[in-house]
Design a binder for this molecule. Structure first.
Ligand code: HEM
Length: 136
């Protein structure tokens, strides 16, 4: 298993605090995490159906950009809002929780530090109402 970079040594030329994005190893680490994450999601019988007709190359690209932003990296996300993308899918809270578990497990496997994981979990909790079908 490839470990992402978690060293806390700071950049010699830059003394500003490093973002979560930089601490985990920037673009290559986020790309690796998104690959592993969707491998897990697509291997989950309860979730694979949602993605049957979805272009997974585009999907992974969107998620890389979104996770980059969530981790404090460059903000280049130009996809739809979470509400627009997910409300038509009628996602129950159980499936939302499963996706969150797959993401947390992926980041844990990659050696992402606990404080970053806690922040990601907090973001997941904040967006729940946008992703889960209203009424569920
Ligand atoms: C938990 C937080 C989640 C985040 C941050 C997230 C993020 C995203 C992003 C960035 C997109 C691309 C939007 C676009 O096309 O412009 C997307 C689309 C999609 N998501 Fe999520 N997602 C989440 C949860 C879920 C869950 C729980 C499911 C299913 C159980 C799901 C299924 C999908 C599907 C099927 C699409 C493609 C929709 C389409 O292209 O019509 N997502 N998601």
């Amino acid at each position: 298993m490839t470990e992402v970079e978690t060293s806390s040594t700071s950049n010699s030329s830059d003394s500003s605090p490093r973002s979560h994005y930089e601490r985990i190893g920037a673009a290559p680490a986020v790309k690796a995490a998104v690959e592993l994450f969707y491998d897990r999601v697509l291997a989950d019988r309860d979730l694979v159906g949602y993605f049957e007709k979805i272009d997974m190359v585009e999907q992974r690209r969107h998620m890389v950009l979104m996770l980059t932003t969530v981790l404090g990296g460059p903000d280049n996300y130009t996809g739809r809002s979470l509400t627009e993308a997910h409300q038509p899918l009628n996602i129950p809270v159980e499936h939302y929780a499963r996706v969150g578990q797959h993401l947390a497990q992926t980041l844990t496997e990659l050696g992402v530090p606990d404080d970053i994981l806690a922040d990601v979990r907090a973001v997941l909790a904040r967006v729940q109402d946008q992703v889960v079908a209203s009424g569920h």
